[in-house]
Design a protein around this ligand. Sequence first.
Ligand code: NAP
Length: 243
Amino acid sequence: MSETTTALVTGANKGIGYEIAAGLGALGWTVGVGARDDARREAAVQKLRAAGVDAFGVPLDVTDDASAAAAARLVEERAGGLDVLVNNAGVTGGVPQEPTTVDLAAVRAAVETNVIGVIRVINAMLPLLRRSASPRIVNMSSGVGSLTRQAASTDPFVTGPLSVAYAPSKTFLNAVTLQYAKELRDTNILINAACPGFVATDLNGFRGVRTPEQGAAIAIRLATLPDDGPTGGFFEDAGVVPW
Ligand SMILES: NC(=O)c1ccc[n+]([C@@H]2O[C@H](COP(=O)([O-])OP(=O)(O)OC[C@H]3O[C@@H](n4cnc5c(N)ncnc54)[C@H](OP(=O)(O)O)[C@@H]3O)[C@@H](O)[C@H]2O)c1
């Protein structure tokens, strides 16, 4: 691998993902901008480059096996390996999501992108990550995926709106993160889940109270963990999020 640290951020064309790419780029890292739409990806790459980031576009639809495989080939050609993977791409699945009336398509969509998409992309990128001296994987989860918080509160600010698709998909993602950490325990790969807080983005109609830059901070922190940093954890700015 080259001397440069290389990261890939999925869903990096807007919102929190864009700011994660910008923040990692500001460290002098090379950043792959994973995005499924050609025009939105190119616009993000150009904006990052204008800000001085060594950004390159990576066509990537996390719900598509062939797309993930092609993305891994592209990253290998461009960088020779991968140091950090940030699985940021996510969808709500569509609303409403009240359990008793939900359209099952919403549940499937949330799980397909937020859970299976993450597994797909990790496994496609793992051969490249294994070449790094300090590989890190960050899975962008959400505090609404915390069963402890869901059980303890009815405050929508804590739990999010009633959701039988989105919130459980993040609980599922947390569980998946832990399983990876266990399998990878004897490697140098650190994998953690992050909660960005309630951030104003397209995902919630810009109702969030934090900026995308603030939301990106925890992912950047977990992407830059020292070698003796935690693995198999769930973190927000204030510290550990309860499962
Ligand atoms: N905003 C919040 O308050 C909040 C809170 C907790 C967790 N999160 C999590 O933070 C992450 C980023 O969300 P955000 O708020 O920044 O939302 P956003 O602005 O809607 O961005 C979501 C990103 O994911 C991409 N994406 C969706 N499906 C994809 C697919 N199949 N393949 C590739 N990319 C895909 C979108 O691409 P397109 O532009 O092509 O749709 C977009 O780039 C998500 O995982 C979300 O669940 C957000």
